[in-house]
Design a protein around this ligand. Structure first.
Ligand code: AGP
Length: 372
């Protein structure tokens, strides 16, 4: 009913709007007054976490994209090798795990069959499993050694939005916590990032306030067949997530690429007026990443692409090459997905509406895939 949707036309719009609160709620009570993380609810002891020599993340779909981003954060802040794999692939291989491996299973519903089977497989090898989950008492956390709940609240729309942002927050918390208990050389940086994370909900709010041009742009592209998405570093999984949203909602051909792969094939797809969304990393962080992507934007534009550039406020280098420019707030590099994903959700939702699609219940999809 309209009341359930809180005055929005679709649950998806309501859930996109709820993201600042979902992010804040997921942080609530997990950072103490001294700015340290308190994840006592994760019932894996600090000494067990100090023993971990490998992290393996398993998930499906959007949750897998959160896992891909987590890998960058975990390896950077903890120096523990981290793999991330689709649960449906992991469970049918012969992955090398033991008691010192920490397996993280990410799932909004807690009922995804492939993710459940992957965690059972991991526990059989003696690994500890930590679930990141949005649904209290669901099967995946019940069968795990420990759980860190995301506090997104119920997500009704099939296309995941607020659950994704809270999965990212939970992944950052786990990465920072691992760094904290193991005392890495990034100690100072970890403190600073915890402070940035506690401000990030306001940044998500600011993005939501500036989405009208994104909706307008989506409406003008409703007749297109293909949209490409490019990113580097944590912007690469964001590109994949933008493409997944567009497939499920707009039923358009959409693909995400690592921008560095362009010359290895995808650049052949570029043709006149093809919309290409580019997620630009902060120019302040690792500037080499930023410079590389600016030249990627030049390259595709020279071949006719219509460039839709998502870049930080104050990033002037992209201006000459952006046919459309979407601004996002300044954030630390690793946290950028929390703000960069939001315009892509709004874009896909508006394209679905413009194409007359059912936003909350896309064809052929179920909210939770409980079969194999
Ligand atoms: C997201 O928009 C999708 N509908 C889908 O990829 C989803 O993220 C995936 O099925 C995993 O679900 P889970 O988080 O409930 O395990």
């Amino acid at each position: 009913s309209a009341a359930e949707k809180g005055g929005y036309d679709y649950f998806m719009l309501k859930e996109i709007a709820e993201q600042p609160k979902a992010v804040a709620d997921t942080l609530l009570g997990r950072i103490d007054a001294a700015g340290s993380l308190t994840l006592d609810e994760v019932r894996i002891s600090a000494s067990e976490l100090r023993e971990v020599d490998k992290v393996v993340i398993v998930a499906c779909g959007t949750a897998f994209h959160a896992g891909m981003i987590a890998k960058y954060a975990i390896e950077h802040w903890t120096r523990i090798p981290c793999e991330v794999e689709l649960a449906s692939e992991f469970r049918y291989r012969d992955p090398i795990l033991d008691a010192r491996s920490l397996v993280i299973a990410i799932s909004q519903s807690g009922e995804t069959m492939d993710t459940l089977m992957a965690l059972r497989h991991a526990r059989e090898q003696g690994s500890k499993v930590l679930a990141i989950c949005n649904t209290n008492g669901s099967t995946i956390p019940r069968e795990s050694d420990a759980v860190l709940y995301t506090h997104a609240g119920p997500e009704v729309a099939v296309a995941s939005t607020k659950a994704f942002l809270t999965q990212l927050v939970a992944c950052y918390l786990v990465a920072l916590y691992l760094g904290q208990v193991r005392g890495t050389k990034w100690g100072d940086e970890i403190g600073a990032v915890i402070r940035d994370l506690s401000q990030i909900s306001g940044a998500v709010e600011r993005v939501l306030e500036t989405m009208e041009p994104v909706r307008e742009l989506a409406r003008t592209l409703a007749h297109k067949n293909t949209v490409l998405f490019l990113g580097r570093h944590v912007g690469y999984p964001v590109a994949l997530e933008g493409a997944l949203k567009l497939k499920e909602l707009a039923y358009m051909h959409a693909e995400g690429f690592a921008a560095g792969e362009l010359k290895h094939g995808p650049i052949a797809l570029i043709e006149d007026d093809l919309p290409v969304v580019v997620v630009v990393p902060s120019p302040r962080g690792r500037s080499v990443l930023h410079d590389k992507i600016v030249s990627n934007i030049q390259e595709i534009r020279a071949r006719g692409a219509r460039t839709i550039v998502i870049a930080e406020e104050g990033d002037e280098a992209v201006v000459p090459y952006a046919d459309h420019l979407i601004r996002i707030p300044v954030t630390p590099t690793l946290l950028q997905p929390l703000v960069a994903t939001v315009p892509l959700q709004v874009f896909a939702c508006e394209l679905a509406t413009a194409r007359g699609n059912e936003v909350d219940q896309p064809r052929n999809l179920a909210k939770s895939v409980t079969v194999e």
